[in-house]
Design a protein around this ligand. Structure first.
Ligand code: IPE
Ligand code: IPE
Ligand code: MG
Ligand code: MG
Ligand code: MG
Length: 301
């Protein structure tokens, strides 16, 4: 079994500088007003764990290709993620004033700019694929995956914020729907898009890899938000870089509020093991993914 660590194991972070450089260069080359560029950069660069591009990279490598082929896909998902955080923090949604250890974008640049910079990042995510992925068939597949992930995230945010569930669902069923959409859908897109880039570049017939990557992604996707809920009730804002203790105040449906902490933690272990099983079947090239899953289960921020 992989080593469990509350920090991302450093050898899995070797793609980090390439990911930062790629995002930075893309923001710099956009032909946009200076204030918009500043707002986009503020909420995209220099912060965040970059888990989504890291997952794309290691899923690409996990199917036997060079990880850097995943850079446009990973950057695209990170742009959607950053957009989702800016809008999630708005007064009309979670009304948060701190993100990644600094003031949220609407506090820094005003609400109008936060809305528009979010819209812009949503657009750049698709633009980056159209511009940087040279094979039109691969680009089309990636756009579809990214659209599915983004619309899942928005559906999840609607459930989380406004409800709209079909009648008769239990709280546990609602939780799975909220979490696997608002957070799981983009993590699923990160993994599948990374694997799609890898499979397109690799020689040799595809086998069950994409299905196994999807099984992995769906397990860690739900697990990631359960851990986020747990951290909201167990960690300080100084440690996580964002307000904590807010879910209860806002009356959110969360794993700890419905199942309690102990059963929530058991659920995390169950989902981690599901992800590890998929890695096991993928073989030695998926060892980094196994280590990432182990880390995501015990992360503290
Ligand atoms: C936070 O995501 C929002 C959720 C989907 C739970 P991350 O924990 O990946 O945030 P950053 O990107 O590292 O700031
Ligand atoms: C946010 O979930 C998921 C998104 C789509 C942004 P949360 O509202 O729990 O995320 P945090 O705790 O603010 O990062
Ligand atoms: Mg929210
Ligand atoms: Mg929030
Ligand atoms: Mg949260």
């Amino acid at each position: 079994m992989s080593v469990s660590t509350t920090e991302i194991p450093s050898h899995l972070l070797t793609p980090g500088p390439s990911i930062e450089k790629y995002l930075d260069a893309y923001v710099r080359e956009l032909d946009i007003p200076v204030n918009l560029r500043e707002a986009v950069a503020y909420a995209l660069l220099g912060g965040g764990k970059r888990l989504r591009p890291l997952l794309a990279w290691h899923c690409c490598a996990g199917v036997g290709a060079k990880g850097e082929l995943s850079l446009p896909a990973g950057a695209a998902v990170e742009l959607i993620h950053a957009f989702s955080l800016v809008h999630d923090d708005l007064p009309a949604i979670d009304n948060d004033t701190m993100r990644r250890g600094k003031p949220t974008l609407h506090v820094h640049a005003g609400e109008a700019m936060a809305i528009l910079a979010g819209d812009a990042k949503l657009t750049y995510a698709f633009q980056i694929i159209a511009e940087k992925v040279t094979d039109p068939a691969v680009a089309g597949t990636l756009v579809r995956e990214l659209a599915l992930g983004t619309s899942g995230m928005i559906t999840g945010q609607v459930y989380d914020t406004l409800g709209g569930f079909a009648p008769g669902l239990s709280d546990e069923q609602k939780l799975v729907l909220i979490h696997s959409n608002k957070t799981g859908a983009l993590l699923r897109a990160s993994c599948r898009m990374g694997a799609i880039c890898g499979l397109a570049a690799r020689t040799g017939k595809p086998g069950r890899e994409l299905q196994l990557i999807t099984d992995y992604a769906e397990a860690i996707g739900l697990m990631f938000q359960i851990v986020d809920d747990i951290l909201d009730v167990t960690q300080s804002a100084a440690h996580t870089g964002k307000a904590t203790g807010k879910d209860v105040d806002a009356g959110k449906l969360t794993y700890p509020s419905v199942l309690g902490l102990e059963r929530s933690r058991a659920e995390v272990v169950k989902l981690r093991d599901k992800a590890l099983n998929a890695c096991h079947e993928l073989g030695p090239s998926a060892e980094p993914l196994a280590q990432l899953a182990a880390y995501m289960a015990v992360r503290t921020k």
